[in-house]
Design a protein around this ligand. Structure first.
Ligand code: GRF
Length: 197
């Protein structure tokens, strides 16, 4: 049986891209990663995709007259490859209506805080500076806002007294690498049963 096809959208380092791809390649995820979409031509994540022979659609947003135009190009590629799911993993752009309307409840994002707390950039640093006892990781559906879509699942990470901001970041990323894949697996299993989480 052929597996459900998914794309990962990422802009940077790609540690979550790597974690998901490793599990998918080892047959431990119910989907196959068949495309990386990246808006930063020099991003390290592109090299990771090449290592796994995953095709990359890389684009420079500034070369287009607007979001609609480049998202139309992305949508055409996703549809050509029969992609059913989009997983954002450090994709530093707001997704527009062109993609949201084409993939209702099929675009998912990972965010390093317990949303609705600390949406947007530098969520880990802001949680650390705010001295909250607990932060965490959220997986949510993507809507037109910044980290505002319906929450699918969350996991807490306590901030320890001995944590530096860097150590906290490392601990949260380690959690992300397992948590995101397990939520993806549940989403795909649920959609096989015809339901949403
Ligand atoms: C992750 O912390 C994710 O939660 C956030 O962006 C970061 C991406 O890290 N949305 P990486 O590129 O996967 O290492």
């Amino acid at each position: 049986m052929s597996k459900v096809k998914a794309a990962i959208f990422a802009s940077g380092t790609g540690s979550n891209f790597l974690a998901i791809t490793e599990q998918a390649t080892a047959d431990q995820l119910g989907c196959e990663i068949v495309l990386l979409v990246c808006d930063q031509p020099d991003a390290p994540v592109i090299q990771l995709a090449k290592r796994y022979r995953i095709p990359v659609l890389v684009f420079r947003p500034k070369s287009y007259s607007g979001k609609e135009v480049y998202e139309e190009e992305i949508r055409a590629k996703l549809q050509e490859l029969d992609i059913e799911w989009i997983f954002l993993a450090g994709y530093m752009r707001i997704v527009g209506d062109t993609l949201i309307d084409a993939y209702p409840n099929r675009i998912v994002n990972l965010h390093p805080s317990l949303l609705p707390a600390f949406p947007g950039k530098d969520a880990i640093g802001r949680a650390y500076q705010a001295n909250v006892p607990t932060t965490g990781v959220t997986v949510h559906y993507v809507d037109a806002g910044v980290d505002t879509g319906p929450i699918i699942d969350q996991i807490s990470v306590a901030i320890e007294v001995e944590d530096t901001e860097e150590i906290l970041k490392q601990r949260i990323q380690q959690v992300e690498h397992h948590f995101y894949s397990s939520v993806i697996q549940q989403l795909i299993d649920a959609s096989d049963d015809g339901s949403n989480l």
